[in-house]
Every structure is written in C-alpha cells, then in structure tokens.
Design a protein around this ligand. Structure first.
Ligand code: GDP
Ligand code: MN
Length: 391
C-alpha cells in the first residue's frame, strides 16, 4: 500500500528526518490560511498516489496567500496520472542549494533490503539507472544488524560528500532504515533530499510503500488499504474476503482456488472468450464466502451490461454440496439473477448429484464438463446459444 507524501512525511518527522513546514489542505481558503501561517513563498503539491507530479504539472509555487488560494482551487479536482486531486500540501518553499536521492527497497534477488543513493536528486531513479548507472551507489543491508552508521557513512562517501553534509546525510540514511524496518515498508524514498543554502538537509518529498502482507501488524491501515483500491469491484472483493481482479470481458468467472481460476481464464481465452473478471474464493470454502462471491458477480453484472453470464467452478473434494449450493441460493436471494449462472462442479459423483438436487429449482445450469461449460458460456456471451441447448 502506497502512502501519500504527507503521510510519509509525518512518519519521517516522527523518526527524526527533517521535513519542510507544511499544512495539508482541501480547499482554496485553507490553502490561503496555510500560506499566511507559513509567511513566505510556498510550494503547493497535489497529493496523489503516484510520482512524477513535478513534470505533470502537479506542483506549483505561490508568492502570495491569494495566489496559493487560486492555484489550489485550480488544482483541486484535476486528473493527474490517473488520480483525482482531492488534497494538497502547502509547504514553505525551500531555498535549494543541492538535491540528492536516497532510497531503501527490497532486493528480491538477494532477499535483503538495499540502500541506494545518488547525487542526481529530483530525477526518477529508474532514469538515472538507465542513463548513468555509475551514478548510483548501493549497499545491501543485513536485516539482522540493520544499517550501522559506519556503513551509511561509507556508502554516502561514494557520491563525493564530505564533512558535515556527509554526517548529516548518513544520519538521515540510518533513520530512513529505521522507518523502513519499523513500518514494514517495501520502499522508502526521499527524492529529492534537499540541502538548503544554510546547509540544512530536508526531505522535500516522501515515498513510502508498506508491504501489504504486514498489514495485520498495522490495524490502523487496514481500512485505508480498502479505501485506496481504485476499482470499486476490487474494493468489494477485499470486503467479501475473496481475490477479485476486474477485467473487461463478458464472462464473469469464479473458482474455489486461484490455480483453477487461472486455468479457466486460459481456457476461456483459448476458446476465443473474454473473461469479465477473475474471482478466487480460496479453498476451505464457507457458505458465506460462496454467497459473497456470487453476490459480488451478480451486482457487477447488474451495473455492467457487458457481463452476459456467470461461470462458476467448484471442486467438491474439499467443499460440501450444501456449502456450494446453499451459498449460490443465498446469493440469488440477496441479488436476484438476471443473467444465467452456470456451475461446473468436480468431485465424487455422489456429491455432484447432491449439488444438482439442491439447485434444481434455482435456475442454475449444471455443466457436465469444463469444456462444455466454457463453450456454452462463450456461446451465451456471443448471444449465439441455440434454444434448448443442454450443456
Ligand atoms: P515528484 O515529481 O512527484 O517526485 O514530486 P517532488 O516532491 O519530488 O517535487 C518535484 C520537484 O519539485 C523537486 O525535485 C524539486 O526540484 C521541486 N520542489 C519540490 N519542493 C520544493 C521546494 O520546497 N522548493 C523548491 N525550490 N523546489 C521544490
Ligand atoms: Mn520526488
């Protein structure tokens, strides 16, 4: 989960990394008040969950509080890098003498955190890596010992810093590692880390990405993560406890394991069909999760006229007939189906018969095989299915 710049900066501030004086605003008049309070020229920075704002026009300066108000009003509601601007950070404008890059991320190949620094700040590090790979110095950090101060000093020395600036920058780097470890981050980045004309070192930007797998340790972020999923159906998926990926086809597909769901996706594609989504309920299915999954697809179908059919695969090896059939029936009660639901169930003959029996008045079509189920679903989606065709 990516944090906003202002959230990252609040963490930096708490952990002893200097940040510019600033106020988060949501209206023009708040921006005006913030500029009066800051009492000097300000930088107005749109808060979106993406970088590259400088180039995209998401960062402006204002000399007077009136300008700050006007610029904020212009920027609010703007679409930037695919995100809508709802809030902005009004900050004192730094008097920049130098900019550098400092970041820590996970080196997946070696399974350790890696610190990276460059004298080229304010430029995307990926660009520097392409154009001038020698301009980046890096150091793998032992997760057992953390970032020791002599390691930070040795690393920063490599980009030519000396004296006080060398010491300040290395102090910031050890603190940045503390943020990285304490907040279970995948990325923490200060780009640019600014040296002001008076020699102070200040984090002018903050990028923090928290490892989603660690969110159970940060209950305060659980709700935020859900709110920050852009796609409303994917947001519903998290709430329903299923893995949902929205796609743009016409066959809504669901299975009770990710592997089977992916295989079905491939088979549908191979047969010339277009999946509308990928929904994996996970194994050890409960009636509740089964119901949630189907209800989600039914709601999606109601709001998206492209969706023509729901194709469900459930294995009856680990799931009981009552769980599968009962879940579907409850979902249809909650959201009446106005497109066909087709069920492929695999497992013992006995259990399959029970499912069929339980669903006999539900309107759900039972398919005898994956191939037939997929082909008929594609047929329905193309509106080519012949009357009376039994799959
Ligand atoms: P990004 O483009 O989304 O990474 O946003 P940044 O926060 O990194 O800002 C982009 C650029 O704007 C920086 O590299 C700086 O050159 C400039 N900038 C940001 N804050 C200030 C500031 O306080 N003073 C000055 N002079 N420039 C700033
Ligand atoms: Mn930046």
């Amino acid at each position: 989960m990516r944090l906003y710049e202002y959230e990252g900066k609040a963490i930096f501030n708490k952990c002893g990394i200097a940040i510019p004086r600033g106020v988060l605003v949501r209206t023009g008049s708040e921006a005006q008040r913030a500029a009066i309070e800051i009492d000097k020229e300000v930088v107005i920075k749109s808060q979106i969950l993406a970088g590259g704002r400088g180039k995209a026009g998401g960062i402006k300066t204002a000399e007077t509080p009136e300008d700050a108000e006007k610029i904020t009003q212009e920027m609010l509601g703007m679409e930037l890098e695919g995100y809508k601007v709802n809030s902005l950070l009004v900050e004192e404008k730094l008097d920049i003498a130098g900019e550098m890059y400092m970041g820590i991320t996970v080196d997946d190949e070696n399974g350790v955190p890696v610190a990276m620094i460059s004298a080229e700040g304010g430029v995307e590090i990926e660009e520097v890596a392409k154009r001038n790979p020698g301009g980046i110095a890096s150091h793998r950090i032992s997760p057992l010992y953390g970032m020791r101060s002599y390691e930070a000093i040795n690393l920063i020395r490599q980009i030519g810093l000396t004296g006080e600036t060398l010491l300040s920058a290395s102090r910031i780097l050890t603190r940045l590692y503390h943020v990285f470890a304490a907040y279970d981050a995948r990325i923490v980045e200060i780009n640019p880390l600014v040296t002001t004309s008076t020699g102070a070192m200040i984090a002018a930007d903050a990028r923090c990405e928290i490892d989603d797998n660690s969110l159970f340790r940060h209950p305060e972020w659980q709700d935020l993560r859900i709110q920050r999923i852009d796609n409303p159906w994917e947001r519903e998926g998290v709430k329903a406890g299923v893995n949902y990926v929205d796609l743009d086809g016409d066959i809504a597909l669901m299975a009770n394991s990710a592997g089977v769901a992916m295989s079905l996706l491939d088979i549908i594609k191979d047969e010339g069909g277009h999946p509308a989504c990928f929904l994996d309920t996970g194994g050890a299915l409960s009636k509740e999760r089964m119901k949630n999954g189907i209800a989600l697809l039914l709601r999606k179908a109601k709001s998206d006229p492209h969706v023509k059919v729901i194709l469900v695969y459930t294995s009856l090896v680990f799931s009981l007939p009552d769980t599968v059939a009962g879940g579907i029936i409850e979902a249809i009660k909650e959201v009446p189906a106005d497109i066909p639901i087709m069920l492929i169930s695999a497992g013992e003959e006995e259990r399959r018969k029970q499912v069929q029996e339980l669903l006999k008045d539900s309107g759900v079509k039972i398919c005898p095989s994956v191939e037939k189920g997929v082909r008929e679903a594609i047929g329905i989606a193309r509106q080519e299915s012949r009357n009376g065709y039994i799959c």
